[in-house]
Ligand binder design. Sequence first.
Ligand code: SF4
Length: 339
Amino acid sequence: MVELLAPGGTLEMVKAVLKAGADSVFVGALGFSRRSGYELRHCEIEEAVEIVKKMNKKIYVAMNAVIEKELIPKLIEKRVLDYNEWGVDGIIVKTPEFIKEIRKNFPELEVIASVGCHIDSKEKVEFYHKFGATTVVFSTELRRDFERLEVLNRYAHSLGLKTEVLISGTACYKGVGNCNFFNYFAKAFERIELVDSDGMIVEKVFGNPEKGGGCYRPCLYLDDPLVMKVVPEEVLKEMRKEKNLNERFTLSREVPKFLEMGIDVLKIQGREYPVDLVASIVKAFRSLIEDSLQAREIERRVKEIEKLMEELDKRRMIYTGNLREKLYEKFGLIKSKEC
Ligand code: SF4
């Protein structure tokens, strides 16, 4: 049976998405997931596990920012050890060495090679399998390439791996985890120090998604004077050839194909959106899956999801506008509104 995986940006969202019909939820460990904000503190993750287990569902913790080698032993001891004791089902990871260490120390935990691993070939499936991943998330670059997805899905299954695709989320230039464009704006990167509930100090770099800090999303305003000044013309020319830079996509019509293919996990992203909106999206996808499994007509559900996505797009555009403003502030082109 396919697993519907939903975002848990807050404890409230954890409860809401499971009630709405998700089989599992993912939460971000403060400082270590690929999202700025909308992560849970250590004590909140313990609480989230209690909620999830009472509902007899599954929970994964995202630690899929790039993790420095020196930090791995500390994270094993101070984070993953607790998660394992509390009953977390799996850890979502990008860094191969971290995958290896989790697998070695906690063989009972699932280790999910994150969408940030950009898994788009048999070689990559094999690579993460060798490091100890138990699930592979296929690259967003494959989101409409069913032929390749089918081949890779079969191959991953032959190695005993679970497979996952994003059915609703955002795809970056050349695939999530595979874009380097944000590095042109390194001047605007901001180190953020956070103190977790157990006193552990964690660091993020705002502006660098690989370091868990979110992105200024400059790919969405390539004709902006600041972007045109900072980025070489030939790079911009290359990027302008791409139609859907940082595309927000929803694969609702494709759900029956994924079910037929035997993909194990269908994931919805969106920790940063309002709880009721995310819960409604999860509920609509749950109904869509049920209808697909019963070979019922799905058009009504598809339309329902499209409507919800219109609302989500509005929120996303407001957020992107705020990010552009922040980028201008960091480059000293406008004054900060903070007093
Ligand atoms: S949001 Fe844009 S610039 Fe940032 S990582 Fe994604 S594609 Fe690259």
